[in-house]
Design a protein around this ligand. Sequence first.
Ligand code: NAD
Length: 502
Amino acid sequence: MAHPRRSNALNTISAHQRDTLGHLINGKSVAGEGEKVDVFEPATGEVLGQVRDATRAELNSAVAAAKNAFPGWAATPGDKRKKILHKVADLIESRAEQIAEVECLDAGQCWRFMSKAALRGAENFRFFADRAPSASDGQALPSSDHLNFTTRAPIGPVAVITPWNTPFMLSTWKIAPALAAGCTVVHKPAEWSPYSARLLAEIAHEAGLPAGVLNSVNGLGETTGKALTEHPDIKAVAFVGESKTGSAIMRQGSETLKRVHFELGGKNPVIVFDDADLDRALDAVIFMIYSLNGQRCTSSSRLLIQRSIYDAFLAKAIARVQKLKVGDPFDPATEVGPLIHPRHLQKVASYELVASRDGARVAAGGRLMPEAGKGYFYQPTLYADVEPSMRIAQEEVFGPVLAAIPFTDEADAIRKANDVPYGLAGYLWTNDLGRSLRVSQALEAGMIWVNSENVRHLPTPFGGVKASGIGRDGGDWSFEFFMETKNVALAYGSHSIQRMGL
Ligand code: NAD
């Protein structure tokens, strides 16, 4: 694993940060005094460095910085916020390769997908920068005796808590709208891949973001994350991560009545009907589960195939899975990289036993893959003849593991697709227009793609139903979360007021 991009990434994480990454609070780097937590390189298993778990005092000072900076940032005219956020996007673009290299290093994501990911982060900033001047706009809702109008104001200092899978892109997704809305932020990135979040905070300051507007604290979920979500000065929590962590955050924030926005797990179906363009469907099926090392919330981890084409389509899928190139994430030819952490590898690998005990058939992969490298490699895996009740069809594995399930007709497909606790995304392949509309309506999911893989358009709502989340990101939905709406009623002076106590 001696790719030059890897050396670049190691250099980027400058020596002091690599030894121990502290926090960025009120515009200043804080070394931190809390416990050290190891950060591993997924491809090699080597320790890259440590992050500090923020002490309570450090966390409090980050929240205090966000609280103090809030009135000034909220009052900053939208066009000035727009300018700064565009500058953030400019700097992300100019450092896109560097960010992507860091993402490959500490998240184990493949270069072929990451080289564009930082640019998407810049797009997120540009999209919300352009909307900053109109973020507080409201509606006119006149009645016969009052002119009602609404305005929006930023809710206050907010917490952003992100997972480890595509850390940079996901951070920009939350932080850009929060800043555009006029909120100040305390961001806690995931402890397993913390470095690109630090780059983002540094870039934001370089772009002219005032001190205290974006603070980055490191640490464990159960300590730093918990304290952040319980803090009375934090007004809302934007969280991306596991469903059970979402429940914990809801409990933790209940005492202080936090507003929450949750983007959680998924067990997304891709339904392939026999009238579909099967070649395109196959491309999308393989891409949506094995890209990003299978660590993607919107991955289509359940492949529902119509019985009439089941054997033929499955055979083609198996052939493709067996040919996937697994290895060094920095190698542009690599299609599947390592899993993030030894604990996650253990979890993904544990499904071998679970699936075989339940009666699923291993059609491809299903084993650890030490021959791909010293890190946390797992064979791209496909289980066939899966029944919807099996754990492999019910639980989010969050790895390169696909479960193929046959179905008979439209009703059977809908029933099987909906038979999970999750409801993030659904993918549907058919050339029957009426069927595509009927099935889209019937699927229990926040997002449906018809004859497509996950292609994101920023003005559209992103989010899930059931155990996959609460709320939507994107477009104005993000501002609805990060802002409070106020209604002002102005009387025309003509309505009668009840008179009492005469
Ligand atoms: P996770 O829930 O374990 O951790 C996410 C973040 O929450 C981390 O920063 C972690 O430190 C923090 N955390 C953990 N416990 C906490 C607590 N009690 N209080 C506050 N913070 C806490 O998730 P993960 O393993 O990092 O990420 C994988 C999960 O994320 C998968 O379930 C995946 O589907 C989901 N995900 C969802 C989306 C989406 O948009 N729906 C996107 C990406 C990932």
